[in-house]
Design a protein around this ligand. Structure first.
Ligand SMILES: [Ca+2]
Ligand SMILES: [Ca+2]
Length: 261
């Protein structure tokens, strides 16, 4: 945005890409691609209060009109920098049953597993009963395997339940653990992958396991970081090193902005 004086011109006018029209007069729109505010020196000198009010108004309107849409992306590095590093703990007290899943949080008859299968299928899914998903089309990002039958897919917790437990969830309420185990509030939290790749991952963090499809590893590391950040989970030092190393291989650090849970 530029501001310039122009003798004899309108007191305040502004330009845009030309696709949006504005009424002629004091406020006017014209130009090529950049919003500009022009101040006429004659009116500036005679009616400074009015000019100032107009300028402020133009700035507000122009800011609204030219501001890019709210960014849905964030730097995974900034999220990683925000994580707390500390040793894993409570490793012997983990019990998978402490994370209730799969629930039907919205009561539509489809449990969390079904919801993820529906969301991630590239075609309409088929089902039996109320909502037992049977068919669709999925790609398991961990190993690039394709599926048309839901039976070969597991719904993986990006950050496994045990890893969550030893990273801070041991201190959570049962309600919060259930929310974590059924998190449909961030697309990266739960992912439909081949049962074989999910079982090879098991409870491991990126220090000991990364997806066999190397082309997905950067995204995997970024999404792991985002989920840890969303749930304010901690990272251990070896995991932190693995995540930093993983990010160093990325051409882009951008990841979908998670909200805090
Ligand atoms: Ca549901
Ligand atoms: Ca860990």
């Amino acid at each position: 945005m530029g501001i310039s004086g122009r003798a004899g011109g309108p007191c305040v006018g502004w330009v845009n890409s030309g696709r949006q029209g504005f009424p002629p007069g004091v406020w006017r729109a014209y130009g090529h691609g950049v919003w500009t505010i022009r101040l006429g020196g004659d009116l500036m000198s005679r009616r400074p209060a009015r000019v100032l009010a107009g300028l402020v108004g133009a700035l507000v309107v122009a800011t609204v009109l030219v501001a890019p849409p709210a960014s849905a992306a964030v730097s995974a590095q900034s999220l990683l920098d925000d994580l707390t590093t500390s040793a894993e703990s409570h490793t012997t007290t983990y019990d998978r049953d402490d994370f209730k899943h799969w629930v039907d949080a919205d009561g539509d008859g489809c449990d969390t597993r079904a919801e993820v299968l529906k969301q991630e299928s590239s075609i309409a899914t088929g089902h039996t009963g109320t909502c037992t998903i049977t068919s669709g089309r999925w790609t398991s990002l961990y190993d690039a395997a394709s599926f048309t039958s839901a039976g070969g897919l597991d719904i993986d917790h990006m950050v496994p339940l045990k890893e969550a437990w030893i990273s801070g969830a041991w201190d959570w309420s049962a309600t919060r653990r259930e929310a974590y185990a059924n998190d449909l509030g961030y697309a990266k939290s739960l992912i439909a992958v081949s049962a074989s790749s999910n079982r090879s991952k098991s409870d491991q963090d990126p220090d000991s396991w990364l997806p066999p499809d190397t082309s997905y590893r950067c995204e995997y590391v970024k999404e792991w970081i985002a989920v840890k950040w969303r749930w304010s989970l901690r990272i251990d030092s070896a995991e932190a090193s693995a995540l930093r190393s993983g990010l160093s291989q990325c051409s882009s650090l951008s990841v979908d902005q998670p909200s805090k849970a």
